[in-house]
Write a protein that binds this ligand. Structure first.
Ligand SMILES: [Zn+2]
Length: 268
């Protein structure tokens, strides 16, 4: 009897660990909001966020002016309802909100204002078309929808990755992609689009060669967003890597000087 009890006890102990490992092992992400063909005109994007039903205020008063909303019910919005997300689980929301807030607090209100970042919508299992994604944003509505169920291993970095897209889209003339491409080796070519590429791994390369992750190789904007997210979340790692990687060194300097043009008080 004791042996049976012991076996049952071990099963209880082992099973959840296994499940967690499997979840953490999934390092891929598809950022399908970059599938531009699905959203035909800017006007579709401008209005989709207005239509999010059942949002509740989660936290309005924050030092840097960010306002957080939570979805009380599952919702579908966007062109042909192609963006969908589930309501948040209360416990999960509480846990993830502290992480999200800590990461958003890196930014001053002036910087957020310059980059059209104001409203954060929190929900679970965010999809655009058939692709699971960490975030969907609209700079015209100054809104970023975040999936609080995104792989915890990359969760904090994902937040800054999405924020970078908002920074870049708010300052397209500064982040010149032709200049960016010139940093790469001549024979290198990015893929057609990030969502249709097979390069999705978000793990930091052991040995970088101009790229920080596999996902960086998809398109210039993802390359920039990946580097930026490490600059914010793992500064030491980046500083060490660029000592031995000239291409990445140029890319990091390009991002730094571009951000300085947007806000010369922005502090890395
Ligand atoms: Zn991205």
């Amino acid at each position: 009897m004791k042996i049976i009890a012991l076996i049952l006890f071990l099963i209880f102990i082992i099973l959840p660990i296994k499940a967690d490992n499997i979840k953490d092992g999934n390092d891929i992400i598809v950022e399908a909001f970059r599938v531009q063909s699905k959203i035909h005109a800017p006007i579709d994007e401008i209005y989709y966020l207005l239509k999010i039903p059942n949002l509740e205020i989660y936290k309005l008063r924050n030092d840097n002016g960010v306002k957080y909303f939570n979805s009380k019910k599952d919702f579908k919005v966007g062109f042909n309802d192609n963006i969908r997300c589930n309501k948040s689980n209360k416990e999960n929301l509480k846990k993830k909100f502290s992480i999200i807030k800590k990461n958003l607090n890196v930014y001053k209100s002036t910087f957020l204002k310059l980059n059209n970042i104001k409203f954060i919508v929190l929900c679970e299992n965010l999809f655009i078309s058939e692709h699971n994604t960490g975030g969907v944003y609209d700079i015209n509505k100054r809104t970023l929808i975040l999936d609080i169920n995104f792989n915890i291993k990359h969760f904090e970095r994902m937040i800054h990755h999405e924020i970078f897209h908002m920074i870049q889209d708010s300052n397209k003339e500064i982040f010149d992609e032709i200049k960016w491409k010139s940093f790469n080796k001549k024979k290198f070519n990015y893929t057609e689009c990030s969502a249709c590429s097979d390069l999705k791994n978000l793990n930091l390369y052991d040995k970088t060669d101009g790229f920080i992750t596999e996902y960086s190789k998809t398109v210039p904007s993802e390359d920039m967003a990946e580097i930026y997210s490490f600059m914010i979340t793992d500064r030491n790692a980046i500083e060490n890597i660029i000592k031995h990687d000239k291409i990445l060194n140029n890319k990091v300097n390009f991002i730094k000087s571009s951000l300085y043009l947007i806000d010369n008080t922005f502090n890395f």
